[in-house]
Design a protein around this ligand. Sequence first.
Ligand code: 5GP
Ligand code: MN
Length: 339
Amino acid sequence: MTKQDIQKIKLLLATPKHIVIIPHKNPDGDAMGSTLGLYHFLKKFNHYTTVIAPNDYPNFLKWIPGNNTVLIHDYQTDTCNNLIKKADIIFTLDFNAFHRTGNMETILEQSKAIKILIDHHQEPHNYAEFMFSDVTMSSTCEMIYHFIDMLGDTNLIDKNIASCLYLGIMTDTGSFRFPCTTSTTHRIIANLIEKGADSAYIHNQVYDTNSYDRLQLLGCALNNLKVIPEFRTAYISLSQDELNTYNFKKGDTEGVVNYGLSLENIVFAAIFIEDTQEDIIKISLRSKGNFSVNDFSRAHFNGGGHINAAGGRSELSLNDTIKNFISILPSYSKALNDE
Ligand code: 5GP
Ligand code: MN
């Protein structure tokens, strides 16, 4: 994003506008933190601002300041579509292509609003008038901090904004331990704490609010963990029956894929989760080092993301998806063993 872009955006925001802010489908901490962080910021300028999430998000994110103002496109489709049609400006945060919003893809394609993309995923599509894309960033929340800084407005960051941005930086960096965490990330986190973000409270809300069922489901997932040492790969599967047994709720499988990656000598981890409602297998992929799960997912599982974290899907059965996955690994043998 150039200085000229920032000047133009400043001019745009100088008078109250109808603004819609949109995260990706199945929003995570970074998606909700960045959209609501920006929401609280824009509210200070008296814009008519609404966050519209494509679908619902997990309970461990429902404490976020402004949570009760979020509209869910799946539940309030007409209201949301009208707001999108009326919008002067649409911010799209934490995703790189309209199809990442699921059912909102068409209405976004048709929208005449000025689009502003802020995102850290690879290969952003070219739909936005203003694009702040940086794949080296830890999180979209970190980018919202930089965006506010470029506007010269960090003095306006209050406890609400700080809490939202802290949340997304925390979740996307695995609590400040993934390689995308830089000294700048830590400086921003320090500033956010000074502005009122309560780090202990936020960690507690996100990580220490497990249900008994969720831990039992984790036990089941760990029982299903398989290791393929020759390809330094570990994978977990969860069938719909297993999810039902433990009363699966949105977010219950968040982070489970990382257990595979925590094994010694493992550089590639996957989880395959059956979803009979959508009739797909949802796949999460994680890696260490230079092995790009973004490329792997784009090539084989209709997805993408970042070098070390990506998602994808398969329309085969759970068993066939896993067989397919295993059959692909030999062609990556060198890349996986060179790590
Ligand atoms: P997760 O495995 O947690 O669902 O996703 C990991 C990362 O990959 C996230 O940054 C997420 O936004 C991205 N991602 C997940 N699924 C997809 C997908 O289907 N397509 C693309 N392009 N990115 C995805
Ligand atoms: Mn993110």
